[in-house]
Design a protein around this ligand. Structure first.
Ligand SMILES: Nc1ncnc2c1ncn2[C@@H]1O[C@H](COP(=O)(O)OP(=O)(O)OP(=O)(O)O)[C@@H](O)[C@H]1O
Length: 126
C-alpha cells in the first residue's frame, strides 16, 4: 500500500516537474500564462457568467496543453533527429500548428465573450 501511494506521489512530482520545465524553458508558455492572467482579470472586471468562465478556463487549458505537448514533441524530435530531416521538420511544424489552432479558437471564444461586455461599457459612457 505504501508503495502504491509512493508511486502516485512520484507521478504527481514528475508531472509538476514537467509543468515547471515548460514554464522555465518556453517563452511561449510564459506568454500564454500572461495572456491567461489578463483574461482572468478581465473576467472579474466584467463579471462574466459561470458558463463563460467554464468556456474561458477550458480554452486556456487547451492552449496550455497544446503548448506543453508541442514542447514534448520538439524535445523528442531533437533527441531522435538532431540533424536536418524533412520528417523531423514536419513533426515540429504539425506540433506548432496544433498550438496555433488552439490559440486561434481561444481568441475567437474570447472575442465572442468579451466584445458584448466591451460594447455595453462603451455604450454606457456615450
Ligand atoms: N531537425 C530538423 N529537421 C528539419 N527541420 C527542422 C528541424 N528542426 C527544426 N526544423 C524546422 O525549424 C522550425 C523551428 O524549429 P525549432 O526547433 O527552432 O522550434 P521553435 O520554432 O524554436 O519552437 P519553439 O519556439 O516553440 O521552441 C520547425 O518548425 C521546423 O520547420
Amino acid at each position: 500500500m505504501e508503495t502504491y501511494f509512493k508511486k502516485r506521489y512520484n507521478s504527481f512530482k514528475f508531472a509538476f516537474r514537467g509543468l515547471n520545465s515548460a514554464l522555465r524553458s518556453e517563452p511561449h508558455m510564459r506568454l500564454h500564462v500572461l495572456l491567461a492572467v489578463g483574461v482572468v482579470v478581465a473576467g472579474f472586471l466584467f463579471g462574466v457568467t459561470a458558463t463563460e468562465w467554464c468556456l474561458l478556463v477550458g480554452c486556456m487549458g487547451v492552449v496550455f496543453m497544446a503548448e506543453i505537448f508541442n514542447t514534448a514533441i520538439e524535445t523528442v524530435v531533437n533527441l531522435v533527429s538532431p540533424d536536418f530531416h524533412p520528417l523531423a521538420g514536419k513533426a515540429k511544424d504539425l506540433a506548432a500548428g496544433a498550438v496555433l489552432a488552439a490559440a486561434i479558437m481561444a481568441a475567437v471564444v474570447g472575442l465572442i465573450i468579451f466584445l458584448p461586455y466591451v460594447f455595453s461599457l462603451v455604450n454606457n459612457y456615450l
